[in-house]
Design a protein around this ligand. Sequence first.
Ligand code: GSH
Length: 214
Amino acid sequence: VIRLHDYFRSGTSHRVRIALALKGVSYERAPVNLAQGAHQDDAFAALNPQKLAPALEINGVVLTQSPAILEWIEETYPEPPLLPQDAIARAKVRAMVHVPACDIHPLNNLRVLKYVRARFGADDAAVQDWCMEWVRPGFAALETLIGEGPGDGPWAWGAALTLADCAIAPQIYAAVSRYQLDLSAYPRLARLAGAADAHPAFQAAHPSAQSDAV
Ligand SMILES: N[C@@H](CCC(=O)N[C@@H](CS)C(=O)NCC(=O)O)C(=O)O
């Protein structure tokens, strides 16, 4: 049994749901309500000592860190491949995973936003500015990186769906839904988002399609 401990609105969880859906892997969900702090409970800490979603439980073994989980999914379910064959191309796709995973999302995470509110008195407008400060350069870099790839989209690595799309689509969704980011400055990301919206796996993985969505 594969059980995903996640939260509908969690971008890191969203990445994993997309990859599982693209590979056609069936799994159960065990939602963890991050808004209510359920990830701080002992029960969840026993799964992930970092107290962060997602955690993927496979017959009692628990995997954490969504990029590591994406790689496990790719290695365990090779079809359809979500990494190119060539080592340079793989490194470039992984770099596009890491832009949101290492350099955007961590700065916009719930605990960080709570801290800037509590420690520095940031109000809603300041929190939005804070988030956009990290989203904009990350998205601008992704535009360039996508443009340097095989081209002609609609995905980050040309016509091929890759792990990069699993990581980028949730970050776009978060920026647009939470902060009303206008994607017109990022035409390649807008095209990727459009392709994701039309794709059944991305639809199944979408936050609004989850049982705990509110
Ligand atoms: N690098 C980790 C980050 C996990 C993470 O920060 N998850 C968020 C949800 S998207 C979380 O649990 N946040 C809870 C908090 O900040 O208190 C991963 O990619 O899995």
